[in-house]
Write a protein that binds this ligand. Structure first.
Ligand code: PEP
Ligand code: MN
Length: 295
């Protein structure tokens, strides 16, 4: 059982995350949410948390459309030191408020080993960005953080290298890892990155971990995001991570690839033709009236 015959004998480098006959696929549980159980999980929100209004509006809108996880960077890796770097702790507090108001789980990026403890207090899922996939001291700290980790593929990394990074997290004590294909750098310039759609079935074949696709950073333009999300659903991904903003043209980062609320709603309707996505907002409204439900 392998996708690449040259990987035979190399499994010891990522045996803790490999699929074997005696281990079942990993299902992560975050409150009532399961990731990797065959359902399709949509994680959505702005590239960066910019203001209370922006993140709360977005949280309400994506929850109503069926997203289960709110994304939003508080600590941003930017190509230029002069670009918006994120709101830091203030951004984490706003994400926490959005979780309280909507019941959405929170995913946010951690860039540095020193921030792991603080971010783990606020986030439900710790996101490792493409630029950090090989930051081993960060990965080691995430192995001890007590939270699930979404590990993005390095933009120039092979899949075995992605799995080796996952192994570093697992070897340090954390088996709750989600792999994320977000496009790789190739000679093609028509898209921001080249979405390696084959990565999904390859990773699902060789690894026990859930696989999520980020069509936003692959596409680089919003018009391509829904069709790439559809490709992810059809090819067997466990979900998508998508950028959504109340006013994409005014976004402080990645506005060109961010969907408006209406575009996100249309994408969700399209995805429901291929995978089942429960109406999370209704579930949550229901839970509010259940004693012992979400508070
Ligand atoms: C992001 O998710 O906003 C981000 C910076 O992604 P990546 O690390 O894939 O570039
Ligand atoms: Mn972004």
């Amino acid at each position: 059982m392998t996708a690449n015959s040259q990987w035979n004998g190399q499994f010891s480098c990522f045996d803790l995350v490999a699929k074997t006959s005696d281990c079942s696929p990993t299902v992560l549980h975050i409150g009532e949410l399961a990731i990797g159980d065959g359902s399709f999980v949509v994680m959505a929100g702005p590239c960066a948390v910019e203001s209370e209004w922006q993140i709360l509006q977005t949280a309400e809108a994506v929850a109503a459309a069926g997203a289960r996880v709110l994304r939003g960077g508080a600590y941003k890796p930017r190509s230029s030191p002069y670009s918006f770097q994120g709101l830091g702790l203030e951004g984490l507090k706003l994400l926490s408020k959005a979780r309280q108001q909507t019941g959405l789980a929170i995913i946010t990026e951690v860039m540095s080993e020193e921030d792991v403890g603080l971010i783990a207090e606020y986030a439900d899922i710790m996101q490792v960005g493409t630029r950090s996939m090989e930051n081993y001291s960060l990965l080691e700290a995430l192995g001890r953080c007590g939270r699930p980790v979404l590990l993005k593929r390095g933009m120039t990394a092979r899949l075995d290298e992605l799995l080796r990074s996952a192994q570093v997290i697992a070897a340090n004590g954390n088996p709750d890892i989600i792999l994320c294909e977000r496009g790789i750098r190739t000679f093609e310039t028509a898209t921001r990155n080249t979405l390696d759609i084959a990565a999904v079935p390859v990773l699902k074949t060789v690894s026990r971990l859930p696989v999520i696709v980020d069509p936003s950073h692959a596409a680089g333009v919003r018009s391509l995001v829904p069709v790439l999300a559809r490709a992810a659903a059809v090819v067997g991904a466990d979900g998508v991570l998508v950028e959504v903003h109340p006013a994409p043209e005014k976004a402080m980062s990645d506005g060109v690839q961010s969907l408006s609320f209406d575009e996100f709603g249309a994408m969700m309707r399209d995805l429901r033709r291929y995978v089942s996505i429960p109406l999370a907002a209704e579930d949550f409204a229901h839970q509010l009236f259940v004693p012992g439900g979400v508070h």
